[in-house]
Design a protein around this ligand. Sequence first.
Ligand code: MN
Length: 256
Amino acid sequence: MRKPLILLTNDDGINAPGLRASLSVAKEFGEVVVVAPDSPQSAKGHAITISDPIRLKKVDVFEGVEAYECSGTPVDCVKLAKHVVLKNRQADLCISGINHGSNASINILYSGTVSAAMEASLEGIPSIALSLLDFAWTADFRQARPFLKLIVRKVLEKGLPNCNLINVNIPKLTTAQIKGIKVCRQSDSRWEEEFHEAKDPRGVPYYWMGGDFAATDMAEDTDMWALKNGYISIVPSGHDLTKYDAIDQLNEVTFA
Ligand code: MN
């Protein structure tokens, strides 16, 4: 039996320690091809590059692993992987991350990590977005390793029924402290944002976004509850944003 082909990408850039962490797990399961941004691309969501050239450069940074750095967004990386790097080869799995920082709750909408996995899932590739709740460049990704191996093994063995994408978030805890894995819905919490206004050296005002994440939906079936209570959260997701339960009402009430 041939080894599974695993496409690896992220949004923190090809040099991010989180990518090395997922690469070391992925290598145990199959042939890995890395296509990742050449610079940090966090919070780029599902952006694609259509008005600028995109550069793709083969790099020798991971021993024995075919790897490319790309000047585009995380979704550009997946598109180039499909059309230029893998061509007629279909990946058996896409792993995006491990991201430095949470992509729980509605952060799934802003996340380049999740969007890269989403793009691969659009192509029918079972995809795993991985994030650790630690923004530090020096974050300890080893603690989650046994759980990551379990998740990758299960997805390769059994596939992802009724979805092609799972959004996995990992609490900042030791292996022993992590209680296990919970399949959840995404919490409906929000950012409380504020824009700091300042002036540049020429006296022209500019704005810098800041803020805190408000855990307003901590119900027991949410990813944020699971993470707060020591579990790895797994949210099944997908690209179809239709609210099916609203179709009848819109037909019968609003547009009747
Ligand atoms: Mn990131």
